[in-house]
Design a protein around this ligand. Structure first.
Ligand code: NAP
Length: 258
């Protein structure tokens, strides 16, 4: 089912094959989308190049370096995207970071700089990216970001990242209201825990996954492909009436009482 045929969609945040962004890329590629990728710096370039080559897409792969802490980087990335494809129909924003030392111990010990970094990379980056992208989304489109239940509830060791995810979810609503008149929709997927590079930074992550698998309504964890397929829905016309929402893809963990 090529429901994304003719759509140019930017994927931000592939680090390796475990990345949720890669799960999204696979689902969108299978639905016929033309994909563009940004990665953070030269360190990840080879990794991302190899992964993207494995998709065997008809079009030449488009990979652009973009560190979202730099406005200049974001502007040059979208300049290049404009030159290469002219119009953008979607963005998957799969980026978050907090210093590892902030992801354990007491939340009240959060440093000023740790708080600022977590919010800059994990929440403000969506605002900066959408501002740069708006002109390219002239035919309207869909933007999807990734959040976690720790933005709604207190989760052990998630600490400042939970506050940043709460800010991100609020950004989704404000951006959806701001950009709705341009037919640009903005939604978040709240994914259950998945073992990725970013998840490794959270203390006792493995114990948390066992707890989730025990308690979730479906009695299991989720994987990248399930997030990818929900993103596919959010990028397609099937979700054309949905904006400003947070959709949980967590095997029903968040509906349970304990
Ligand atoms: P991941 O593979 O490590 O992806 C995180 C990505 O963010 C990496 O590509 C990373 O690049 C990038 N990034 C960090 N700082 C950046 C910057 N300044 N500029 C550009 N890119 C930057 O881990 P993931 O779990 O798939 O994370 C993707 C998203 O899903 C995050 O928003 C995360 O919070 C969210 N999420 C994850 C889970 C989970 O359990 N894994 C659950 C719910 C939501 P580098 O590797 O170079 O830092």
């Amino acid at each position: 089912m090529n429901i994304l045929q003719g759509k140019n969609i930017l994927i931000m945040g592939v680090a390796n094959k475990r990345s949720i962004a890669w799960g999204i890329a696979q689902s969108l590629h299978a639905a016929g989308a033309r994909l563009l990728f940004t990665y953070q710096g030269e360190r990840l370039k080879k990794n991302v190049e190899e992964l993207v080559a494995s998709l065997q897409a008809d079009d030449e792969p488009i990979l652009i370096s973009c560190d979202v802490t730099s406005d200049e980087d974001i502007e040059q990335a979208f300049r290049q995207i404009k030159e290469r494809v002219g119009v953008l129909h979607g963005i998957a924003h799969c980026i978050a970071f907090a210093p590892t030392e902030e992801l354990e111990g007491r939340f009240s010990a959060t440093s000023r700089s740790g708080f600022a970094i977590a919010h800059d990379i994990s929440a403000y980056s969506l605002v900066a990216v959408m501002r740069a992208a708006e002109g390219l989304m002239a035919e309207g489109g869909s933007v999807v970001t990734l959040t976690y239940l720790g933005g709604e509830r207190v989760m052990p060791n998630y600490n400042v990242m939970g506050i940043a995810k709460a800010a991100l979810e609020s950004c989704v609503r404000y951006l959806a209201a701001d950009m709705g008149k341009s037919s640009i929709r903005v939604n978040a997927i709240s994914a259950g825990p998945i073992r990725t590079l970013a998840a490794k930074g959270i203390r006792n992550f493995n114990e948390m996954t066992k707890h989730v698998a025990d308690k979730a309504a479906l009695g299991r964890m989720i994987d990248q492909s399930e997030v990818g397929d929900t993103a596919l829905f959010l990028f397609s016309h099937l979700s054309r009436g949905i904006t400003g929402e947070v959709i949980h893809v967590d095997a029903g963990y968040s509906i349970m009482g304990n």
